[in-house]
Design a protein around this ligand. Structure first.
Ligand code: UDX
Length: 435
């Protein structure tokens, strides 16, 4: 099948490569000529497991091509995927102006029947809006069908997730479009859910909001564990043994970040508001997360009263391990608050995107984990990088001014911590050790 993907960002690039790998001819369009050139040369533009190999495999087999020429690409394609950004606005609404722009371009270029598939995360009702916009732009009703096909990709595991997802969701309102989508996904060994476009759009938000709620729930239980002396790991393990609950997303810590959960939970609340549905649970999950990510600051203030002049080491800047993405990372909120308190921040993350230096130009970026600990009054583990769980604690003790760790991801072994006589706070594994 001739497929065109508009947008070579995270979702667009993964979608393009995975469809190309399945034997389709894919053209991926992006406005950014630098990005297009890099990708055509086999240079990855995002940090993602197995991306470079897959990109080069598809370029060699000539199943993928990147271009800036949207007009010709639309004309040459049977199926057009829209994978452009839908950022959050200040009022929690979703900005779909890039989707509108693409639809206007399609309206101009369309020559014969196309299936237009929306992969971007968009508010419920967008399929309908897009349809109306095309008609308003003068495109005849028999020239297109609009399908909603949300993605459920985890950063770092996106290629694996695309090819081995738990489900593929397709919202359609035409049998012709359903047949084409069925054929397109026939090579995937994944359950396909066919439904109305509104349901498909909602499934994406409901899934992310449910997972975010699960995290906030376990974080509240962890905070209680700290008070009553229970261990969250045992509690979460035992809860998760119930198949109706499942063990996934029960890892307590300093909250969720990333490009999806924070944005999608707020968007769902907003969509609810517009439809007179008050999402109390999701609203609370958002509030719990906002408080949870500042837990290390609260702990530090309890200990030191004033943080002025204290040297604090931030271990991990990305929102989770396996990515260079710092969007909505808990560490950003922690650093911001600690700077307000007058601390000196030393940070270490070997992968974090260089964008971080624009956000915080005045903190000290260290090139080695152990250098970042020199003269520090406390190390705060913000990201679950493997490197931090295998840290040499006796070396850490030698480097730090005061050997104190706030382990925001529960990475360290409690026995090792005790053996090394460190001051240690983790999330729900008993309150302070050696304090
Ligand atoms: C998520 C969804 O998993 C994916 O299906 C969707 O399409 C996009 O959003 P992603 O943002 O890449 O993917 O990250 P994910 O691995 O789900 O983790 C999100 C955040 O939750 C991270 O900050 C992570 O550290 C945190 N988390 C996750 C926890 O705090 N505890 C857990 O048990 C799981």
């Amino acid at each position: 099948m001739n497929i065109c993907v508009i947008g070579a960002g995270y979702v667009g690039l993964i979608t393009s490569l995975c469809f190309a790998k399945q034997g389709n001819r894919v053209i991926c369009v992006d406005k950014d000529i630098e990005k297009v050139d890099k990708l055509n040369k086999g240079i990855p533009t995002i940090f993602e497991e197995n991306l470079e190999e897959l990109l080069n495999e598809c370029l060699t087999s000539k199943t993928i091509f990147f271009t800036k020429d949207i007009h010709q690409t639309i004309r040459d394609s049977d199926v057009i995927f829209i994978a452009v950004g839908t950022p959050e606005m200040d009022n929690w609404d979703v900005d779909i102006s890039q989707v509108t722009e693409v639809i206007n371009q399609i309206s101009y270029s369309i020559n014969d029947y196309k299936i237009i598939v929306n992969k971007s995360t968009v508010p419920v009702g967008t399929q309908k809006y897009v349809k109306e916009l095309l008609i308003r732009n003068g495109v005849s009703k028999d020239k297109f069908d609009i399908v909603s096909n949300p993605e459920f990709l985890r950063e770092g595991k996106a290629i694996y997730d695309f090819l081995n997802g738990d489900r593929i969701v397709i919202g359609y309102d035409s049998e012709k479009a359903k047949m084409v989508m069925e054929k397109l996904y026939s090579t995937f060994n994944t359950k396909v859910v066919f439904t109305q476009p509104e349901a498909a759009e909602l499934i994406k938000y409901a899934s992310n909001a449910f997972l975010a709620t699960k995290i906030s729930f376990i974080n509240e239980i962890a905070n209680l564990c700290n008070k009553v002396g229970a261990n969250i790991e045992t509690v979460a393990y035992a809860i998760g043994l119930d198949k109706r609950i499942s063990p996934e997303f029960l890892k307590a810590g300093i909250g969720y970040g990333g490009s999806c959960f924070p944005k999608d939970t707020k968007a769902l609340v907003k969509i609810g508001e517009k439809n007179e549905c008050d999402f109390k649970i999701v609203n609370s999950a958002i509030k719990v997360n906002e408080e949870q990510r500042l837990l290390p600051v609260k702990v530090l203030l309890d200990k030191y009263k004033s943080l002025k002049g204290k040297v604090i080491t931030i271990l991990g800047l990305t929102f989770k391990a396996g990515t260079n993405d710092i969007r909505e990372s808990p560490s950003l909120f922690i650093i911001e608050e600690l700077l307000k308190q007058g601390t000196i921040i030393k940070a270490y993350d070997s992968e974090a995107s260089p964008e971080i230096k624009q956000i915080f130009p005045n903190i000290i970026y260290c090139h080695s984990l152990y250098d970042s600990l020199i003269d520090s009054h406390c190390a705060v583990i913000c990201t679950d990088w493997e490197e931090f769980s295998t840290i040499d604690l006796s070396m850490l003790k030698k480097k730090m001014k005061n050997p104190m760790i706030i382990d925001g991801r529960n990475l360290l072994d409690l026995e090792e911590v005790k053996k090394n006589n460190l001051q240690y706070y983790s999330v729900g594994r008993g309150n302070w050790i050696n304090y």
